[in-house]
Design a binder for this molecule. Structure first.
Ligand code: FES
Length: 65
């Protein structure tokens, strides 16, 4: 799970797209890896995402903050 804010210019990611394990920001189209949040392509020059680990334990969704 990632925060709903692009690390480039804080655009909301409600309408972001997914491609090959990356999330693409809808505003300037920069891509970030979903596994660790690092930037891809031009996005390597900006700060990456904070990635939160999500687990389902006994039908309860747990997010490590
Ligand atoms: S605000 Fe997301 S790429 Fe620029």
């Amino acid at each position: 799970m990632v925060e709903n804010r692009c690390p480039h210019r804080d655009a909301p990611l409600d309408f972001a797209s997914l491609s090959n394990g990356n999330i693409r920001c809808p505003l300037h189209k920069m891509e970030f890896a979903l596994d660790d949040g690092h930037g891809i392509g031009l996005a390597v020059y900006t700060v990456g995402f904070t990635v939160f680990t999500v687990k389902i334990v006994d039908e309860v969704v747990r997010v490590d903050l």
